[in-house]
Structures are given as C-alpha cells and as structure tokens.
Design a protein around this ligand. Structure first.
Ligand code: NAD
Length: 492
C-alpha cells in the first residue's frame, strides 16, 4: 500500500510536473495518525499566472477546442478506462491523504470514472439551433467552448468534486485550471498524469496547489479566466462571487448545507435508521449534504433514537485503510477541534448525547483526528449545532407533531441543499418534496447522486448546478449568427 505514495509531488502545468516557481513546499499529514505523509509543491500567484497562460495557449493551439467532439469523447473515454484500471491506487492515495475509508474512496473513484464516461458521450452532442426569423435570412446558433475555465475544490471529496466540474469543461473543449484544497491535492495530481496518458493535450488540464487566498484568487482574477466552478464554504463562495462579478464571468457555487431529514410515524424505522446513520456518519460527516438535522415525529422519537444510538455505537471507527473500518478520521486537527467545539457547547447547554458526545480520551483514536459518531437530543431551540454546518459526524434531533410543523422546522435555515423524508405515505412524501426549500430531495433513501442527475443547492447553498447534460452546456456559450441568403420574401 505504501508503494503508492511518493516522497514528493509537484504542480502539473502544461503536461509537466513542475516545482512551485518560488520553491515552496508543504508537508501533508496522514489524518489517521497526524504523522507526515509526503511533501507537495506549494504554489503562489506566479504559478497561477503560469498555469493560466499555459492553458490559454493550449486552448488556442492544441486543437482540443476544435470541431471534432467525437475525438475529445474518445480521449475522455480512454481516461475513464484508465481511472478504472488504476482505481485501487487512486483510492489508497485518497484514503491516505484525506482519511476516508478505503470503501468510500473506492466509491468516489468509481464515480469519477463514470463522470468521465458520461461526459465523453456528450462531447459530440453539443449542438446549436436554427431559428425562424422574418425576411430572406437564416438564423442559427453555434455553441463554442468558453476558453480557460477555473475550478476550485474542497477537501471532503477531493477527486470527485474536482472532476465533477473539470470533466464537463473538458468535454466541451475548454482548457481547465484546477486548484485542489491545500490539504488534499494528491489524487488530482495523479489524475492529471492519467489525463496526459490518455491523450488529453498538454496544457488542457493543469493543477496548481497553493493557498486559497493567494492561488485561488489569482486564478479568478486572471483576465484569461472565463468561468469559475467553486465548491466549498459559503464565506469563500461569497468572495468568489464578488471576484467573478467584477470580471463578469459566470460562476457556479456549490456551498454548505444543514440538511433536514424528516421521519414520519409511518416510516420503516429500521431502514430509516440505517439511512440516517449513513447520511450523517458517511465520510465522517464531512459532506455538504449531510443529513445533520433529524426532525422526528414525537410518536416515533424514542424507537428511532434507540436504533440510531445502537447504529452509532456499532460503527467501527479507525484508520481508513484498516479492514472493516466504517468511519475514518476528520481531515485535519483543525477540523477536529472545530467539531469538538460544537459538541462541548451543546453538552454544556444541556443536550443529551444518545451516542458519542465526548472526545476520545486516549489511544490511537485520540492521536488521530477522530470524533465519535454523535447523536444529540434535547437541544435548545437556539443551539448553534442546530443552525450551523458542523461538517462532522454529529446528528442533532428535533421533535415535531405534524406535517406543517415539520416543514416549518425543515425550511427554517438559510441553507437549501438537500432534504430527506422517510414515510410509507406517498401523499406525505410528495407534499414534502414539493414544499422543501432545497435543490435535491431524497424519499426513503440516504443521500444519493449520479453523474447524469443535477446537483444543486438553493438559498445560501449555492447558485447554478453541476452534473447532468446541462453541465456540459454550462461550459459553452451560445453565439447567434444571422445570414442574409438573398431569397425572395415569401408572402403569407
Ligand atoms: P473552503 O471554502 O475553505 O475551501 C474550498 C476551496 O477554496 C479550497 O481549495 C480553498 O483553498 C479555496 N479557497 C479558500 N479561500 C479562497 C479564496 N479567498 N479565493 C479562492 N479560493 C479560496 O471549503 P473547505 O473547508 O475546503 O470545504 C468544506 C466546505 O465545502 C463546507 O462548507 C461544505 O459544505 C462545502 N461543500 C459543498 C459541496 C456542494 O456541492 N454544495 C460539496 C462539498 C463541500
């Protein structure tokens, strides 16, 4: 397993692995132990400029943006196959770097392969329209790639979320510059190598590792930047929107969440408990769409909490690479401290911990960034843990009495990413799906998404959507052409 980690990783610009211009490096830590893992080149605004310049040259000169979408599609198919072939080493790299379990990392890598496969099939289906207009004229539209596209990714699904926007941008013929999160750049760098191997021209996919405020902002401010795909926190999302607004470039923002999970008395409680546990303890709760607020009908509160407490207690917590482990550590000591801060505050405020609630006191779990799977009941209405995104394995419980009450609580948040409902009553399920203020709804299932379905948040969870057919369209612009073909005017 250790063979798949190298001692040093460089930036990937113009098809070459290059050190940061200023010679900067960062040591990455293994989140399960906090022992040094490897060293990575850490770029500055100079590297960002270099990558943007290189990408623009490749966009103009490499032929990638040309009219042969099928050729681009075949290249991206090859990339999808290579991702499948190297899936295990990519998954191990992701686990070592980010902490998630190997099973989760394997799922992420398979998703990335599927994403490339999906967009590969769309690369030759980027079509314009003909539009009837009066007079001796013919009106048609062309769909053209945007140019250089910028992608800024978070650390919770390092490869998956980076490629969710890079893949359609490439399929549409753009040249991409990606800034992965500083903690978790390794799989993006590994994938850039695979892209080269599959025939993506040099300069069409570039990866610059570096600080968000310096490298991220330099990419968005660069005059060559034609669009921004940002996934991350609301605070940084606002900053990106501001910068993109100043440059008049489109931005998709995929931001945080505080997703409600509503359980009605007719629900299958065994299935619901399993699904709810998966939706909050998966990826150690570091999910934008984590079902972090459990709204449970008072009639089933106790039996559901009993099941959830048991599920949390059964969960095997440990290093993501260890066999049988079901929940790994958080990404960094800072995140662990942040999440423990929420727990301490809630417990001080009188919350009842149905499971977890206090940090691991000693042993390997205390040394790594582990937080126990936690279920908090009897919270104060105003508790911070009920309002803010925790980004850890912490479920907060609120009881309700009727459908209107449940929807009022569910929608009482500035976030609007995902909402879930568990019930066997179809009419209730459909009513809730319509009345939830969010971009995605799950009925009787834990959070799930597919490369072919849109992924989007509303309210403060974001703007625009990713995945699906529209994702490739987003990376094109429509040009309208009117031609006077000189035919005599038809009367009628
Ligand atoms: P973050 O906002 O701190 O960082 C995200 C990325 O932005 C990183 O690459 C970071 O280096 C970069 N960045 C930081 N400051 C920047 C700046 N001023 N200009 C440009 N780039 C900058 O987020 P994070 O902590 O990495 O990720 C966790 C957050 O991401 C959570 O809020 C989570 O909900 C959100 N998220 C959303 C989705 C979604 O699809 N809606 C998916 C995953 C994560």
């Amino acid at each position: 397993m250790s063979a798949s980690i190298e001692n040093r990783y460089n930036l990937f610009i113009g098809g070459a692995e290059v050190p940061a211009a200023g010679g900067g490096t960062r040591t990455l830590l293994n989140p399960a132990t906090n022992a040094p893992l490897t060293t990575v080149a850490f770029g500055t605004a100079d590297d960002a400029r270099h990558a943007m310049e290189t990408a623009e040259r490749a966009f103009r000169e490499s032929g990638w943006a040309g009219d042969d979408g099928a050729k681009r599609g075949r290249t991206l198919y090859r990339l999808a196959r290579l991702i499948e072939e190297r899936a295990e080493s990519l998954a191990v790299l992701e686990t070592l770097n980010m902490g998630k379990t190997l099973k989760e990392a394997r799922g992420d890598v398979a998703y990335v392969g599927r994403t490339f496969e999906y967009v590969a099939g769309l690369a030759d289906k980027i079509e314009g329209e003909t539009i009837p207009v009066p007079g001796p004229r013919f009106d048609f539209t062309l769909r053209e790639p945007l140019g250089v596209t910028v992608h800024i990714a978070p650390w919770n699904y390092p490869l998956l979320l980076a490629m969710r926007s890079v893949a359609p941008a490439l399929a549409a013929g753009n040249a991409a510059v990606l800034k992965p999160a500083s903690y978790t750049p390794l799989t993006a760098l590994a994938l850039a190598r695979l892209a080269k191997e599959s025939g993506v021209p040099d300069g069409i996919l570039n990866v610059v590792v570096g600080g968000g405020a310096e490298v991220g902002e330099a990419l968005v401010r660069d005059p060559r930047c034609r669009s921004v795909a940002f996934t991350g926190s609301g605070e940084v999302g606002q900053r990106i929107a501001e910068l993109a607004g100043r440059r008049i470039v489109p931005a998709t923002l995929e931001l945080g969440g505080k997703s409600p999970v509503i359980v009605f008395p007719e629900a299958d409680l065994d299935r619901a408990a399993k699904g709810i546990a998966f939706g909050i303890f998966g990826n150690a709760g570091q999910m934008c769409w984590a079902g972090s607020r459990l709204l449970v009908h008072t009639a089933v509160r106790e039996p559901l909490l009993e099941r959830l407490g048991a599920a949390a207690a059964r969960l095997r917590v440990g290093p993501g690479t260890a066999p049988g482990v079901e929940m790994g550590p958080l990404v960094s000591p800072e995140q662990k401290e942040r999440v423990l801060g929420f727990l301490a505050e809630a417990m001080d405020g009188g919350a009842r911990a149905v499971a977890g609630g206090t940090p691991y006191a000693d042993g390997p779990l205390a040394r790594g960034n582990f937080v126990p799977p936690t279920v908090l009941d009897r919270l104060d209405d105003g508790a911070r843990v009920l309002r803010e995104e925790v980004f850890g394995p912490v479920l907060s419980v609120l009881p309700f009495d009727g459908l209107d009450d449940a929807l009022r609580l569910a929608n009482a948040t500035e976030f609007g990413l995902l909402g879930s409902v568990w019930t066997r009553d179809l009419a209730v399920a459909h009513q809730v799906a319509r009345r939830l203020e969010c971009g995605m709804v799950m009925i009787n299932d834990p959070p799930a998404s597919f490369p072919q379905s849109p992924f989007a948040g509303v309210k403060e969870s974001g703007i625009g959507s990713e995945q699906g057919r529209a994702s490739v369209e987003f990376y094109t612009r429509r040009k309208n052409v009117v031609v006077n073909i000189g035919l005599p005017r038809t009367k009628g």
